[in-house]
Design a protein around this ligand. Structure first.
Ligand SMILES: *Cc1c(COP(=O)(O)O)cnc(C)c1O
Length: 408
């Protein structure tokens, strides 16, 4: 299916035009009559006659067939995400980011295979390795995200795929994706990358060596904390596998959610730029505070993998973590509860700031917590998702949190 937006245009322009095909935003008499593809609510698709019904079975994107294959609202979102991912032949949509991770892994693994998974993977991805995949006879082994040599040495004949996530969840180490992907591909492994943190604007995953780029659209693409969706984009060979698996599992998303995601997508570039600027300013501010042992923020010099972020990434986002110097969980609770502008809750990437406690120790097996070079007493941290509020207001709020931490 031809894209409506050439790859030669800048990402900013593609964000605005991608997926807005004239045939999806108008009628045959007046193509392109409205800006956005309308919400096509449809389970049944109709055929003009028996001959058309028989001819309508080709499994190609962008054709009416039956509701499970979507209609123009979903096609427009998939098409836009494909347009934003250099090297992608297509994108599958899923009802959540976790469903997208599962869909990608199940498309490249079979019973008896081994999956290698980065040790700082998102918790539900980790649980998939220990649960669902194990139940289907797939073994998962975890590796140190910062040690490409150990990763290469861990590959044996049963390894068929690797799940990377860069930066990783909670601790945000930036991995050397090109090196890890090259080692994996040399042995025939499929390289699946959870690219939720940077997205295609910050990290062109397929160009950097991934075979399948997975995103939770719940985060930056939605951007308004009002929807749950996931995506997986791939080049031609892996896209066919992704699509076969997603169709077999009956994955489909609502056209309302697709329309909301398209709305969020149009402003993703400016939101990410603003969040990144706010987050970097706050990360620098935290780094100078006596209460703070470590700031884990890919954009900040000294954070694990910062040099790789500088080399490979073209953008950041508002998500980073802060580890307190000593004290305990109740001091951390005091910090969190003193904040007025930060909602307490899971997820991230919305327009509003959020905070959650992090306890990486229980989520690691190939590496430890605290990270190398950190003091063993510095165990308690928080993850901050910085939104679009005024920087000075956020700083004042966080200073109040640190005062409560000191008083605890
Ligand atoms: C949130 C998240 C997911 C899962 O996305 P949902 O849409 O919440 O299912 C996957 N990977 C990462 C890195 C995430 O932060």
């Amino acid at each position: 299916m031809a894209k409506n937006t050439p790859d030669t245009l800048s990402a900013a322009t593609r964000l605005v035009t991608a997926g807005r095909r004239a045939e999806w935003t108008g009628t045959p008499a007046e193509p392109g009559a409205v800006v956005n593809p309308p919400v096509w609510r449809a389970s049944t698709h109709l055929y003009p006659d028996s001959a058309a019904l028989k001819a309508g079975k080709a499994n190609e994107d962008g054709h009416f067939y039956y509701g499970r294959r979507g209609a123009p609202t979903q096609w427009a979102l998939a098409d836009a995400l494909t347009t934003l991912e250099p090297g992608a032949a297509g994108t599958m949509l899923y009802p959540s980011g976790v469903a997208a991770v599962a869909g990608a892994l199940l498309s490249v693994l079979r019973p008896g295979d081994t999956l290698l998974m980065t040790d700082n993977a998102y918790e539900p991805s980790r649980l998939m390795g220990r649960g669902l995949l194990k139940d289907f006879g797939i073994e998962t082994r975890w590796f140190d995200p910062m040690d490409p040599a150990a990763f290469a040495a861990a590959i044996d004949g049963r390894c068929k795929a690797v799940l990377l996530e860069s930066p990783g969840s909670l601790t945000l180490e930036v991995q050397d994706v090109p090196a890890l992907a090259a080692a994996a591909r040399a042995k025939g492994l499929a390289v699946v990358l959870d690219n939720t943190w940077a997205g295609p604007l910050g990290f062109p995953a397929l160009e950097r060596g991934a075979d399948i780029s997975v995103m939770s659209l719940t985060k930056h693409v939605g951007g308004h904390s009002d929807l749950m969706l996931g995506s997986a984009s791939a080049g031609a060979a892996y896209y066919a596998k992704l699509r076969r698996t997603a169709q077999a599992l009956g994955q489909v998303i609502s056209p309302d959610d697709a329309a909301l995601a398209l709305r969020g997508l149009r402003s993703m570039g400016v939101r990410l730029r603003q969040e990144t600027a706010n987050a970097l300013a706050l990360a620098e501010w935290f780094a100078g505070r006596p209460e703070v042992a470590r700031v884990l923020c890919p954009m900040l010099p000294g954070s694990p993998g910062h040099a790789i972020w500088q080399r490979d990434f073209t953008g950041g986002c508002g998500l980073f973590s802060v580890v307190f110097k000593g004290k305990d969980g109740s001091a951390r609770d005091a910090f969190i509860d003193a904040l007025g502008l930060f909602g307490i809750g899971f997820s991230w990437g919305g327009f509003e700031s959020l905070v959650t406690p992090i306890d990486p120790a229980k989520l690691r097996s190939a590496t430890g917590w605290p990270l190398p070079g950190m003091d063993a007493a510095d165990l308690f941290g928080v993850r901050l998702s910085i939104g679009l509020e005024g920087l000075d207001d956020l700083k004042a709020d966080l200073a109040g949190g640190l005062a409560a931490w000191n008083a605890a």
